[in-house]
Design a protein. Sequence first.
Length: 278
Amino acid sequence: MDDKYIGTRNNKINISKDDPDLAAYLKERASVTDSDIRLYLREVNFHCPLCGKDLQRKSQKKRSVKLFEIAHIYPNSPTVEQYLELKGLERLGDNSESFDNKIALCKDCHSTQDYHTTKEDYLKLLNKKKEYLEICALSELTSSLGLEESIEKVIDLIVNIEDSEIRQLKYNVVSIDKKFTTGERLLEAKVRGYVVEYYILIREKFKEHANVFNFDRLSRKIRGCFEDLNEETKSKINIFNSLVDWLNEQTLNKSREACEAINSFYIQECDVFNEITK
């Protein structure tokens, strides 16, 4: 097999000898299919992840004009300068043409990324992609839970509660503060609020409707889902939002707040999030 080089005739490096892992990683450029493009755009929610520009025109007539380009995160054909700047840094995917090493950017950001590559900009884009991949993995996990009917009935009970009934039920939060670090105080405050207002109420509704809900089965399912999500990420906000998004979707978007209340109930019940060990 011929040696693989990067750079120009007067300034080149034989990466087959100097960096065989990179030589194996770099593959011939592959065309991007229309279905892949849709995945890349949905992944970034149709906005450039670096500057926030729209990547799709709102007018149907103008959508033929592309506002985006599919960029390599690690260059497909790095220059010597890029190679030296990025040497030793993490690379995503099995090779340079894998889905994990590409991302949708606006044309301006792509140009900057291509011709003015810095270690800081590369790591910023790489971490953005890792976050998107993580969110996608969490979404796939929550899509297979299969608790639609049970959760929908719980949500129906919660969203129809009278204000007077809510005010009578206050709960002394005990375990919440043991599950969050200093950097997670905003999420802790949200969960604490739901637990104070709704914990006893949700617990009593479960008891009242024991013939409809198998509480132990539901708890095991929620705990199992948390453990799967926790293997994918340690970000509590991503886990929380993934569970809430799934609950909300499965209950036809009746009330995201009610889904957050259900999730907070299970955090207090010790089925979601582990106690922090010191």
